[in-house]
Design a protein around this ligand. Structure first.
Ligand code: SAH
Length: 346
């Protein structure tokens, strides 16, 4: 991190510049160029002296995410495959809604959580992403489309709580009033459920929305599809969510990928409703995206609707995640997975 200026706070940048004999106000200028204006390089920072720009480029090179592939869906959704400076591939999605543009970013290269229905974890974890690399996914999409990004969801590849320090730093930079200044209410962090991380995040003074990937309403069933359930029980997770809700005041969302024949029975409805009630949690149903390697099928629309209706009858607040970008590589990790697969066959 010591050379990665885009991952540094304003205070840290001021220290680096002081050590270079530069006045303190330069830190603010550089911060604003990097984060508010999403500058790619020092040459764009026209209010800095040329000699300083050259020295910074030499000593603290600014890195960017480079677009390897961009797919645009008929519904306006765009999927990006980025290469990081070391060649690692990362994917992000831009979704256009009535309320604004939402970007879904990756927090790690690959993932080690091993969820059975998820393509992102098939090759395991390669490495964590730096705060600057999480930001760059958003900035490069801003630069490419020329449109503002109003919402950010950390729901791409990776488990954000497994890259905790970088995640929190990323969130602080994203919400910094001298940077993009995104509202904390416009940010959602999704986790497969690491209770220590959830509790810690509750105490950061960063009340972002929290989504818990529950996907099953009993520990036994959850263990069958999510290895992380062998480490933590649903009761432990809900306890951590309660702390999060109490400290931040943010409503918790349970993500529930509906998998035919696995978690869509009557008793699932009952058990799920019982878990959601005490927390007043919102349930987001996701018709599971088929992953060929895993053999899961896409549920019928009417089955998803029926599951939703039953939950609503039990008094639960439910939505169905809109399917976007079905004509491009839809689900998490599929674009990167296909690309890695193609490259291996060459
Ligand atoms: N690791 C984090 C964030 C990344 S996954 C988490 O687990 O929450 C983002 C969401 O997509 C999670 O709810 C995840 O379970 C879900 N997901 C992954 N693969 C999916 C698939 N094939 N179909 C539907 N949802 C999927």
């Amino acid at each position: 991190m010591d050379k990665d200026l885009r991952s540094m706070t304003r205070g840290e940048i001021a220290e680096v510049l002081a050590a270079m004999g530069q006045p303190a106000y330069r830190a603010g200028q550089i911060f604003s160029w990097m984060h508010e204006k999403a500058a790619r390089n020092y040459d764009e920072m026209t209010n800095l002296p040329a000699a300083l720009r050259a020295r910074l480029a030499e000593e603290l090179p600014l890195t960017c995410a480079e677009i390897r592939e961009r797919q645009v869906s008929r519904d306006g959704t765009e999927k990006y495959l980025f290469a990081m400076p070391d060649g690692c591939l990362v994917e992000s999605v831009l979704m256009r809604y009535k309320f604004g543009n939402s970007v879904c970013i990756s927090s790690q290269v690959g993932c080690r959580m091993g969820c059975k229905f998820c393509a992102s974890t098939l090759e395991g974890l390669e490495r964590d992403l730096l705060p600057s690399e999480m930001l760059e996914q958003i900035y490069e999409i801003r630069r490419t489309t020329g449109e503002p990004v109003t919402h950010v969801v950390v729901m791409g590849t990776g488990e954000p709580m497994d890259n905790y320090e970088n995640l929190v730093r990323f969130l602080r930079l994203l919400t910094d009033e001298k940077g993009m200044h995104l509202s904390r209410r416009a940010i959602t962090v999704s986790t497969c459920g690491l209770p220590d991380g959830i509790r810690k995040l509750a105490g950061e003074g960063l009340p972002v929305n929290l989504a818990l990937s529950l996907h099953a309403a009993t520990d036994e069933k959850r263990r069958g599809i999510m290895p992380v359930a062998n480490r933590y029980t649903i009761a432990e997770l809900l306890e951590a969510c309660k702390v999060y809700f109490e400290k931040t005041g943010r409503q918790i969302t349970f993500e529930y990928a509906l998998i035919s024949g696995v978690n869509d029975a009557e008793e699932d409805v009952r058990q799920l409703a019982a878990l959601a009630a005490p927390l007043h949690a919102h349930i987001n149903l996701i018709p599971v995206n088929p992953v060929r390697e895993r053999g899961y099928r896409h549920p019928q629309d009417r089955d998803v609707q029926a599951f939703k209706n039953k939950l609503e009858k039990s008094g639960v607040n439910v939505s169905i995640r809109r399917v976007m970008g079905r004509d491009i590589d839809g689900a998490c990790g599929q674009l990167r997975h296909r690309r890695l697969h193609d490259e291996k066959q060459i």
